[in-house]
Design a protein around this ligand. Structure first.
Ligand code: COA
Length: 419
């Protein structure tokens, strides 16, 4: 088998990459020696995938499949990526791996695209083993197609797949992620940005409070505590006897440091118990997140979770650049904004200040002023920069009991009554 040094030379990778790949090369040399990576063949791609793709991508997949037959380096590298990203207990740090352009030229992204499809048979087997009979594979293929649009944005229109998105596919393998209609749902517990939610016993309307100990500034939760500054506000939430006192969050995601509210536990009850499953919503690339598509996915997801999990799901949550509240001003008629208006918005979070750039521009390095402004969403990011705001993520939730009312802006409609 080709040595690791020779492999890295052919890939055009430096010493640092050699060190990163070493343990994964070692695994491959023990597990797959003399085995051909079938997922890099035309037969595999035709069986699973190729019909979903554009003609350019299809042509390039054929070229890569042909090339892999003749290159031992490409075969070993395919196994390293497949095994390291999808199967190793401690996964390959895929974000750090550069495109293997020296070996694969313009088709380096397509090679990665084929890697993304490689666990499909295993995923199918796992879902069936865990009792999920639903047909997920076509939806996962759509997710992978959506990643190609993102890759093209950052690579002069070439088709491909960024390795930084590949790890997401492990969630399918672990049967934690379910593609249902236009959206995906990741099984998990309550996220750290999720407020304390109470439900009015009679009206069944929710009210959200800032959690105890959040650090807030400028209508955002500051997630990076290193950045703590004196003028940051620390929220409190006190549950005493039969009342709860804290800082309420309006359904359009705002709190005020001077506005506290007390509710009675005679009237309200906590929505969640500590071990409740709280699935989060994720939006695959590919546009067209129309209100109808969202609503029917939510309705389907409600049924799906009720069928497969014992504890009833009380809400779905979402945290994304898509829910940045500025889009209400900059993109009022977009699907993004419509989605936001139909959730109970919570307090946005501030992390690195680059949220969404990768999904919309294909990368998040460099000065936003140099990024294209050739469509409405891209222009919205420029408008945000003009207001001296770095991109951040908004978030929100919808109770499963309220999904039927999706499209009516149910939570916002009564916002003033709740304050
Ligand atoms: C989120 C998403 C599905 C919204 O698409 P949509 O329903 O078509 O969106 P909207 O109506 O809100 O906006 C449409 C505009 O956005 C542009 N757009 C949509 N997806 C885009 C993308 N991935 N990259 C760049 N621009 C995009 C469209 O060209 C259109 O521009 P126009 O108004 O000038 O014609 C879409 O942005 C997308 O596919 N994003 C990638 C996945 C993603 O970001 N997921 C969330 C991860 S946290």
């Amino acid at each position: 088998m080709l040595s690791l040094s020779q492999l890295c030379f052919e890939l055009g990778f430096n010493q640092r990459m050699r060190d990163i790949l070493a343990p994964y090369y070692q695994r491959v040399s023990l597990k797959y020696v003399n085995l051909y990576p079938k997922f890099m063949t035309i037969d595999f791609q035709e069986a699973y995938f190729i019909k979903e793709t554009s003609s350019e991508l299809r042509e390039r997949i054929k070229q890569v499949a042909q090339f892999v037959k003749t290159s031992e380096a490409a075969q070993i590298y395919a196994w390293i990526l497949h095994d390291g990203i999808f199967l190793a207990d401690s996964p390959l740090p895929n974000r750090e791996i550069p495109l293997a352009e020296k070996l694969l030229g313009d088709n380096a992204g397509v090679f990665q695209y084929m890697i993304a499809t490689s666990p499909l048979p295993l995923i199918q087997k796992n879902y069936i083993k865990h009792g999920f009979q639903e047909e997920f594979i076509p939806k996962i293929l759509l997710w992978i197609s959506g990643t190609s649009q993102i890759y093209a944005s950052g690579h002069h229109g070439l088709p491909g797949h960024n390795l930084q998105q590949t790890r997401w596919i492990r969630n399918y393998l672990n049967c934690e992620l379910f593609s249902i209609g236009r959206l995906e749902y990741l099984r998990g517990t309550a996220q750290e940005w999720l407020p304390a939610i109470y439900l009015h016993k009679k009206t069944k309307r929710p009210i959200a409070f800032c959690q105890d100990g959040w650090i807030l500034h400028n209508q955002k939760i500051i997630m990076n505590e290193k950045d703590q500054k004196e003028n940051y506000f620390h929220s409190t939430l006190k549950v005493s006897g039969d009342s709860v006192t804290g800082y309420p969050i309006t359904p359009n995601g705002q709190y005020h440091p001077n506005i506290k509210k007390t509710i009675s536990l005679q009237e309200y009850m906590p929505l969640l118990q500590p071990d409740d499953i709280v699935p989060s919503i994720h939006i695959p690339g590919g546009g067209k997140m129309t209100p109808d598509a969202i609503k029917s996915s939510l309705l389907e997801a409600k049924e799906f979770f009720a069928k497969h999990f014992n504890n009833p799901i009380k809400l779905f949550t979402c945290c994304s650049w898509i829910l940045n509240p500025y889009w209400q001003r900059f993109l009022p008629n977009s699907n993004l904004s419509d989605f936001q208006r139909n959730l109970y918005s919570c307090i946005p979070i501030f992390t690195k200040g680059t949220d969404g750039l990768f999904f919309i521009f294909g990368h998040d390095n460099g000065n936003i002023n140099d990024f294209p402004a050739d469509n409405s969403v891209r222009r919205a990011f420029h408008q945000l920069a003009a207001e001296k705001e770095k991109p951040f993520s908004g978030n929100g939730f919808i109770l499963t009991a309220d999904i039927e009312k999706y499209g009516t802006q149910y939570y916002r409609e009564k916002a003033n009554i709740q304050e």
